[in-house]
Design a protein around this ligand. Structure first.
Ligand code: FCB
Length: 445
């Protein structure tokens, strides 16, 4: 069986470097009847939004099978597990906790603790309660305060069980995909909408950080951002400028406010009506000291000068080689990203909170020989290892994902798991990549 090979002296072969796997609530939990409706339930009900017309009602039945899933984590030998808390599962519409939902996470956390696995909880991985969306969702500033109330309640209820909290997973996806181009829930469109949602999510992050310091002082607190490094298609000044604008518009739009309390220069390129409404003090609230920065990396994109008046850049199709979801495999961008963030910002310790690949897995004779996924992991871990050698402070790495799950607008057809899930029977099966990951982790010194 194929293995993941890293140099003998790689920092990743040291036991002090933390390894884990990641999931999120809507993508795995199922048990939709024991929580409130979320914007993703509503989105899935609309025709044409999800590639295979599926939904998250059953998913991986993780709520019923969480003990078995923690067995799998133990079997993999991970140090940590990153999962998300479903806001519509733990809160009721009247603003009180839902004891049944809270009990599920306490049981999960206690089970992780029994196996010595550290819990990394994300407080928002896209499943906004629908009743809040009915009042405007992230377009409504009040949602940031509703989020803060939810965070205070749940952090208090979970007590010291959580090792690290992330306020948000990938604000870019919630704001841009959800409210600007409408390919994710709630499916709204418009630049003003996208920028407004982003601002309110960033505000909620800042409020959430303050609340976490108070209600969960024992834990580490941070945020998870996704980065798609931007490269110009040529060295011409126009293409380079376009690629810079793209980076500011899709990546730094979230990073710079969080780290430095300001939006990137590209905001000045937007007409005033498209800019978010920033209240006095907002940028200070957003810019809170972080214990860690979560970085999600999958791919890069290339850009050239805009074709149309009013555009900032023109984005190109992904180049080959690509994964099953159509994203270019380009590990050099992972190295470039980490070293450039390190050069530009005064960073807290980084966790790579997601990295992985959807591949066209084939189940043959009871096995999945996903050598392509093993190659992806090896190349990216190598790039990470080199970035650490170049001075970037990275404390851990989470593979996306523990198991195949509901891949948002792609439904169940895109499989990102180390562990294969048969969605008919809910059987779980280690892919070869899971064995490779396990063996890498067990050989650390
Ligand atoms: C990220 C999401 C995660 C998963 C991966 C493939 O953008 O955070 O839930 O869908 O992509």
């Amino acid at each position: 069986m194929k293995t993941i090979n890293l140099p003998e002296d790689s920092a990743l072969r040291n036991r002090s470097f933390l390894f884990g796997t990641a999931t999120s609530s809507f993508q795995i939990e199922g048990a939709a009847d024991s929580r409130l409706q979320s914007i993703w339930d509503t989105f899935c009900e609309q025709e044409g939004k999800i590639a295979d017309s599926s939904n998250g009602l059953t998913a991986c039945e993780h709520v019923a099978r969480f003990k078995e899933d923690v067995d799998l984590l133990e079997e993999l030998g991970v140090d940590a597990y990153r999962f998300s808390i479903s806001w519509p599962r733990v809160m009721q519409q009247n603003g009180e906790l839902n004891p049944q939902g809270v009990k599920f996470y306490i049981d999960l956390l206690d089970e992780l603790a029994r196996r010595g696995i550290k819990a990394f909880a994300t407080l928002y991985h896209w499943d906004l309660p629908q009743y809040l969306e009915d009042n405007g969702g992230w377009l409504n500033r009040d949602t940031a305060y509703a989020y803060q109330h939810y965070v205070a309640c749940i952090a208090g209820a979970l007590g010291p069980r959580v090792h690290a909290y992330a306020t948000f997973n990938e604000p870019f996806c919630s704001a841009y995909l959800g409210y600007e181009i409408g390919v994710h829930a709630p499916g709204k469109t418009g630049r003003k909408q996208g920028r407004t949602a982003a601002h309110h999510i960033l505000l909620a992050h800042g409020l959430g950080m303050q609340t976490l310091r108070e209600h969960a002082p024992h834990a580490q607190h941070g945020i998870v951002l996704n980065f798609t490094p931007c490269y110009p298609v040529s060295e011409s000044p126009a293409d380079r400028l376009a690629s810079l604008y793209a980076d500011e518009y899709i990546n730094q739009w979230y990073m710079q406010p969080v780290m430095e309390g300001k939006y990137p220069h590209v905001i000045e390129k937007l007409v005033p009506e498209e800019r978010p409404d920033i209240h006095p003090g907002d940028m200070e609230t957003i810019c809170q000291p972080l214990d860690f920065l979560g970085v999600n990396f999958y791919t890069r994109l290339t850009y050239s000068a805009p074709q149309e008046e009013g555009e900032l850049f023109s984005e190109h199709e992904h180049l080959p080689p690509k994964t099953a979801i159509g994203w270019e495999i380009y590990p050099q961008a992972f190295y470039d990203l980490l070293t450039s963030l390190h050069a530009r910002y005064n960073l807290p310790p980084i966790y790579i909170t997601e990295n992985g690949a959807a591949m066209p897995d084939k189940l043959e004779n009871g096995e999945i020989a996903d050598n392509d996924r093993i190659d992806y992991y090896e190349a990216h871990l190598l790039a990470l290892s080199k970035a650490i050698d170049a001075g970037v402070n990275v404390s851990g790495y989470f593979a996306w994902s523990l198991m195949d799950n509901f891949e948002w607008a792609e439904g169940y057809e895109m499989r990102f798991g180390l562990i294969y899930v048969d969605f008919e029977t809910q059987e779980r099966l280690f892919k070869h990549s899971a064995y490779a990951y396990k063996s890498l982790l067990s050989q650390r010194k």
